[in-house]
Design a protein around this ligand. Structure first.
Ligand SMILES: Nc1ncnc2c1ncn2[C@@H]1O[C@H](COP(=O)(O)OP(=O)(O)O)[C@@H](O)[C@H]1O
Ligand SMILES: [Mg+2]
Length: 241
C-alpha cells in the first residue's frame, strides 16, 4: 500500500512541480499514473522512493514513512526509473548479484529468480555481456530484474513499457497483473493511454502537478464524452471545447 498525503515538490522558485497531492494505492491494485510530459509523474515517483525529498507532506509505503523510516520503507518496494542507463560497466549478471547483495538475498533464492526472469525476458544469453552493449529495451529489462531481486511487495515503475519489445512488454504486463492479483501494489506511469486501459481499473491523471482525475476507468468514461484519448486531452488541456 502507498499513501501520499498533501505531497508537494518545489524544485526552486515558487512553482510546484507536484502540488498538494493526495493519492492512495491499495493492496491488490494496479494504478496507472497518467499525464503529459512535464506533468510531475517522475517527480512523484522519485519522492515516493526517497530519491528526492518532498517539500511538504507525507509518503508511506506499507505504513513506513519514506523520510522517517527510509530503510524499512525502501525494503518494501522495487523501483524502475525512467532512464535505465546505469552501471554500464557491469555485466548484467554482476548487476543482478550486486542488487541481490544489497538486499541480502540468499544465494539459492537469487539464482532461481535470476533464471526465472532471464527466461521470461529472453535475457539469459545477454547476462554475460556488459550493460554498455545493451539496447535501451535490454537495459530496461536488466533494471527491472534488479528491482525484483528482493521480491518486493510494492512495484514503482516509471514508464516501464517504453522501449520494450512486444514479447517483453506482454510478459511485464502479465507480471504486473499477477503481482497485484496476489495482493500486492503496483503503480506505473505512462503517457500511453491504451496501456492503462488494458492493464488496470484505476487511473490517476496528473496535469501541471495537480490531479485532474483519480478513480476508475469505467467512471471516467461514463462521466465524460468521447474516446479515452479525447477525454485525456480534454482533462489535460490538449483540446479546448
Ligand atoms: N531536477 C529538477 N529541477 C528543476 N525542475 C525540475 C527537475 N526535475 C523536473 N523538473 C520540472 O518539474 C516538472 C515535472 O517534471 P517531471 O516530474 O519529470 O514530469 P513527467 O515525469 O510527468 O514528465 C517539469 O516542469 C520539469 O521541468
Ligand atoms: Mg517522467
Amino acid at each position: 500500500m502507498i499513501e501520499l498525503t498533501n505531497v508537494t515538490k518545489i524544485y526552486g522558485g515558487t512553482k510546484a512541480a507536484v502540488d498538494h497531492l493526495n493519492l492512495t494505492i491499495d493492496d491488490g491494485q494496479i494504478l496507472a499514473y497518467i499525464g503529459p510530459n512535464g506533468a510531475g509523474k517522475s517527480t512523484t515517483l522519485k519522492m515516493m522512493t526517497g530519491i528526492i525529498s518532498s517539500t511538504e507532506g507525507t509518503i508511506k509505503i506499507n505504513g513506513y514513512d519514506i523520510s522517517k523510516e527510509p530503510l524499512e520503507a525502501k525494503k518494501q518496494f522495487g523501483f524502475v526509473p525512467d532512464s535505465p542507463d546505469m552501471f554500464l560497466r557491469l555485466k548484467g549478471i554482476e548487476y543482478l548479484n550486486f542488487m541481490a547483495d544489497i538486499y541480502e538475498v540468499p544465494e539459492e533464492v537469487r539464482d532461481e529468480r535470476i533464471n526465472k526472469y532471464a527466461e521470461k525476458f529472453e535475457m539469459t544469453k545477454a547476462l554475460g555481456d556488459k550493460i554498455l552493449s545493451y539496447s535501451h529495451g535490454m537495459r530496461q529489462k536488466i533494471v527491472l530484474m534488479g528491482a525484483l531481486m528482493h521480491n518486493p511487495s510494492v512495484w514503482i515503475l516509471d514508464e516501464p513499457l517504453t522501449g520494450l519489445d512486444p514479447k517483453s512488454s506482454y510478459a511485464l504486463k502479465e507480471m504486473m497483473k499477477e503481482h497485484a492479483a496476489a495482493g500486492n501494489t503496483v503503480i506505473f506511469s505512462t503517457h500511453v493511454l491504451e496501456v492503462a486501459e488494458k492493464l488496470c481499473d484505476k487511473v490517476a491523471i496528473i496535469n501541471h502537478g495537480t490531479l485532474v482525475y483519480n478513480g476508475t476507468l469505467e467512471e471516467l468514461k461514463e462521466t465524460n464524452e468521447g474516446s479515452l484519448e479525447e477525454i485525456f486531452l480534454k482533462l489535460t488541456g490538449g483540446i479546448t471545447e
